[in-house]
Design a protein around this ligand. Structure first.
Ligand code: FAD
Length: 417
């Protein structure tokens, strides 16, 4: 049985490694004609680190990423509202890592090329059709413009938030939805602007609320602790449907810095940190409504193609890795591929659909906004601003979008087959 995986992002590459580890044959096709280390920072939660470790990638991951200690929320002055321990410190048997998305992708690509074979680059899926014995896939060679038709037993659309596989399966009424928040992102080289690390050098620091303006920083390189990923999230418009969302679109400092010019922020100079970045990228915070079904017959979806999440829970890449592992387990243990894909969808669609809606509700932002309203000039002790119950609810809400149950994850048998 041969599976064709469409897309060599984190989801597609993790799928290839998972299928290979389960003894199954696969090929990855990717529209881009070269794969470079694109993107900025991303977090991998312990549930995904477990799966990547079981795929034999624990060591390269530890050599690439920063083991995250805390996720700390502050107001616009940098006053600490809440600090949540992460990874091992939260009781998991696996760490959380903050990594450069592109470096993670390159690490997965190297493993795929070593174990499975080369990714077939420059091939864009444009269409597919199924019959009783397989799937006929139409691919366009991006250089020659020629169309190729190939057969596969199973087709997995891991082609991201703008998925063509999803569009073929769900041709009507599945728009890209924007909540009105724009994100600017960059990687700052902080050696010349900071005397030392931000906080303990391994914290995800989240300041302000994206209902107004929010600034997130975290270090992303085990090799170079001065490299700091940043994301500015600002509400600039009203919710609506958008046509495009390009992760690589350049952003301009003059569009983003003014939103933070009035911040009296104790940890660092925000505009200076932005200026210390070689390039700035801009992206609308978008998702899509959960689907009533992912796939049909021998075709399914995975990762952002199946369940694009607002990046407020640091969980999108991690959920794609979980999809990959469950899909491989189902295909390896259930004889009929159609039944295997149905079992995969039954296991993964309900929890990820719930996560899409939970992320979209921005569950902690209202509490951070309340802090700004009650303490407009900052505070020295958060217990004078929020009650214990309000703080506990905020912690619970953040855990709901980011975490797994610690005990369940630690004690669950391996998904390896
Ligand atoms: C260039 C890029 C930069 C990103 N940067 C960040 C970031 O900085 N921070 C962050 O948190 N998240 C980022 N993301 C998103 C993040 O990688 C995903 O949310 C998450 O990892 C889930 O990955 P995925 O594999 O499902 O989708 P993606 O990572 O989006 O990968 C989808 C892949 O499919 C390919 N593809 C699309 N259509 C077709 C087609 N028709 N035929 C063949 N191939 C196709 C794309 O070229 C892409 O390589 C980025 C995604 C991309 C593509």
């Amino acid at each position: 049985m041969r599976t064709m995986i469409v897309g060599a992002g984190i989801g597609g590459l993790a799928t290839a490694l998972s299928l290979h580890a389960a003894g199954l044959d696969c090929v990855v096709v990717e529209a881009a004609d070269t794969l470079g280390p694109l993107g900025v920072g991303i977090n991998l939660q312990p549930h995904a680190v477990r799966e990547l470790t079981e795929l034999g990638l624990g060591e390269p991951l530890a050599a690439t990423g920063v083991e995250t200690s805390f996720m700390t929320f502050t107001d616009r002055f940098g006053g600490e509202i809440l600090a949540l321990p992460r990874g091992l410190a939260a009781g998991y048997r696996w760490p959380q890592y903050s990594v450069h998305r592109g470096e993670l992708q390159m690490m997965l690509l190297a493993a795929v090329e070593d174990r499975v074979g080369p990714v077939r680059l420059g091939l864009r899926l444009t269409d597919f059709e199924q019959d009783g014995s397989g799937v006929t896939v139409t691919l366009r060679d991006q250089v020659s413009g020629r169309s190729l038709r190939e057969r596969a037993d199973v087709l997995v659309g891991a082609d991201g938030v703008l998925s063509t596989v999803r569009a073929v399966l769900h041709p009507a009424d599945d728009p890209l939805l924007w909540g009105g928040i724009r994100m600017w992102r960059g990687v700052a080289e902080t050696a010349s602007i900071l005397d030392g690390p931000i906080l303990d050098g391994s914290t995800v620091l989240v300041s302000g609320s994206n209902l107004a303006g929010k600034f997130v920083t975290y270090p992303i390189s085990a090799a170079d602790p001065t490299l700091v990923n940043w994301v500015a999230e600002v509400k600039v418009g009203e919710p609506g449907v958008v046509k495009e969302a390009d992760w690589s679109r350049p952003g301009r400092i003059e569009d983003v810095a003014p939103h933070f010019a009035s911040w009296d922020y104790r940890h660092f100079d925000i505009p200076a940190l932005m200026r210390a970045s070689r390039r700035i990228l801009e992206y609308p915070m978008v998702d899509r409504d959960p689907l009533p079904f992912w796939g049909e017959g021998r075709v399914t979806l995975l990762g952002d193609a199946a369940h694009p999440l607002y990046p407020v829970g640091s969980n999108g890449g991690s959920q794609a890795v979980l999809d990959a592992r469950v899909l491989a387990r189902c295909l390896a243990t259930i004889d009929d591929p159609r039944a295997a894909l149905a079992a995969y969808e039954a296991e993964r669609r309900p929890p990820t659909s719930a996560l899409v809606l939970l992320h979209r509700s921005l569950p902690i932002e209202e509490t951070v906004r309340l802090v700004a309203e009650r303490a407009p000039d900052g505070f020295t002790d958060i217990s004078e601003v929020l009650s214990g119950a309000e703080l506990a609810a905020m912690a619970e809400a953040q855990r709901g979008i980011t975490d797994s149950d610690v005990r369940a994850l630690n004690e669950r048998p391996s998904w390896s087959v």
